[in-house]
Design a protein around this ligand. Structure first.
Ligand SMILES: Cc1cc2nc3c(=O)[nH]c(=O)nc-3n(C[C@H](O)[C@H](O)[C@H](O)COP(=O)(O)OP(=O)(O)OC[C@H]3O[C@@H](n4cnc5c(N)ncnc54)[C@H](O)[C@@H]3O)c2cc1C
Length: 477
């Protein structure tokens, strides 16, 4: 027999305690209204989803994200509220070292620094004179003409080629797409995968002129934090989900839960699950927020009709990615490792997507006299490289960075379906999500396959959704 409905009767069930679900819960908690209670239900034994860290032998290995870019005051506020940022010297918040602003691109087998200023661009060997001249033409390029086909989606690659020319695509923009999405620029939709870039073109026509207008403060974004900051946390990225979870009422956290049914009822939803102790649970909720990734959403015990309608969402491609953290003695690497890391041009035919210089980015990632490298492999273009063996990786590291020794530390995480791709048919997925939410009152579908894949995007989406739910709840009382 399932346990009776809890008399406190939470109004919202949040399925998935990754960063999106945690931020929905945090936002609901901040409204501090007794009526707005919630349960956060996850099948895993730990919170955080993709955000996990391992500390071993003096090395700190990230399984998923290594850093976040804070450029929004709402994120800075949340970090203070959960105690990760404070005036004390041992606060968890860990800004990246100054040299982390330098990023390398691998071209013709060599690491070349990405130009960070217009002057550096003029002398950079990354682009030919013709390529540089083409960049300067960008302010004169018009918006995309969709003659006869208003629905046509433009790929990120076509967008960059049209506005900046093919060299910028090959030498900087495409490697950047590997770094963010592990994706293929030819199949990602610029409108959905890079909405801010797309919006600049819509508003200003020219990206360069639009960026200058933003720099000059001509646009008023009340949430913008200046300067933006790349950060992690002293004990690793997992400090972020852990601190949010610690700040929530512990009775609302249900880890290790096996959900057996999710069904609509007259007033909302009924969820049945088996808890960590093997006890059957059943509860009614007004709202249900599902934040599992698309491939996990397909395996949830949803009503048959909803499951059928959601099929296009289940089909969102998410290529595999492996994150391999290797530790070496400092003297075993010839490269100065004076930067964030290196991204690799596709024409290099490398078995790696890129390498983060983890111990150069942040303090405390390797023991004294040692360094840590995080190799990213796989992705949309070469998914088979997610299975590289170490010999292949070490040969490539030797070729690109002069790595000679044997690693003294190794930690590997393979994500079989790592990052959802906002591809050219993404509008169909969005339409499906909107249709399902309209057809099933109280249903909310969130997570990194909607409104951005970065940790910060997931956090902002979670905070916004929590606010929306609490506003809605208060109007019902
Ligand atoms: C290798 C890698 C590197 C990355 N690097 C960066 C980076 O440097 N910076 C950055 O900003 N972003 C990065 N990202 C992206 C970012 O980490 C993710 O997009 C984000 O963490 C996703 O959060 P989420 O809450 O939406 O989903 P998830 O983290 O996937 O959480 C979903 C949760 O749902 C739970 N769940 C699944 N099935 C069920 C079920 N049946 N019942 C109950 N619960 C269930 C899971 O256990 C999980 O806790 C990276 C991602 C990867 C994979």
């Amino acid at each position: 027999m399932p346990a009776n409905n809890d008399p406190t009767n939470a109004t919202t069930a949040i399925i998935g305690a990754g960063i999106t679900g945690l931020c929905v819960a945090h936002s609901l908690q901040q409204q501090s209204s007794e009526q707005i209670s919630f349960d956060l239900i996850d099948s895993a034994q730990k919170v955080g989803g993709a955000i996990q860290s391992t500390l071993s032998n003096g090395y700190l290995a990230e399984h998923g994200p290594n850093s976040i870019l804070i450029k929004d005051k709402r994120i800075a506020t949340l970090l203070r509220q959960i105690g990760l940022d404070g005036d004390n010297a041992d606060a968890e918040l860990l800004p990246a070292r100054p040299e982390a602003t330098r990023r390398y691109i691998v071209q013709n087998g060599f690491t070349v620094a990405m130009p960070g200023t217009p002057t550096a661009l003029i002398s950079s060997p990354l682009f030919s004179l013709k390529g540089k001249m083409r960049l300067l033409l960008e302010p004169f390029i018009g918006r995309l003409q969709k003659r006869g086909n208003p629905q046509r989606e433009e790929s990120f690659a076509d967008f960059v080629r049209r506005r900046f020319g093919p060299e910028l695509l090959a030498s900087a923009a495409a490697p950047f797409v590997s770094g963010i999405y592990a994706g293929n620029p030819e199949t990602l939709s610029v409108r959905h995968a890079f909405p801010r870039l797309w919006a600049i073109e819509q508003k200003h026509r020219s990206i360069l002129l639009g960026l200058i207008a933003q720099q000059l403060g001509a646009e008023n974004n009340p949430h913008q934090l200046k300067p933006s900051q790349i950060v992690s946390f002293r004990s690793g990225m997992h400090a972020l989900p852990n601190a949010i979870a610690d700040s929530l009422p512990q009775k609302s956290l249900h880890l290790g839960a096996k959900i057996s049914s999710i069904e609509p009822n007259d007033n909302g939803w009924t969820i049945k699950w088996t808890d960590q102790q093997g006890k059957d649970q059943q509860k009614d909720y007004r709202n249900i927020v599902i934040t599992t990734p698309p491939h996990k959403l397909s395996r949830l015990a949803l009503p048959a009709k909803l499951h059928q309608t959601l099929q296009p969402v289940f089909d969102i491609a998410s290529p595999p990615v492996t994150s391999l953290v290797l530790g070496f003695k400092r003297e075993e690497i010839a490269h100065p490792l004076d930067g964030f890391g290196m991204l690799i041009k596709q024409s290099e035919n490398s078995p790696l997507l890129g390498v983060l210089f983890s111990s150069s980015m942040f303090d405390g990632r390797a023991p004294d006299g040692h360094v840590a490298l995080t190799c990213m492999m796989g992705g949309s273009i070469n998914p088979q490289y997610a299975d590289n063996d170490d010999q292949v990786v070490l040969q490539e590291l030797d070729k690109l960075l002069g790595v000679t020794g044997k690693p003294s530390f190794r930690h590997q995480t393979t994500w079989p379906q790592a990052i959802p791709q906002y591809s050219l048919n993404y509008q169909e997925k969005l339409n499906t999500l909107n249709t399902c939410e309209q057809s099933y009152p109280g249903l909310h579908l969130a997570g990194n396959y909607r409104n951005g894949i970065s940790v910060v995007d997931c956090m902002l989406n979670g905070l916004d959704l929590g606010k929306k739910l609490s506003r809605h709840s208060s109007t019902l009382h």
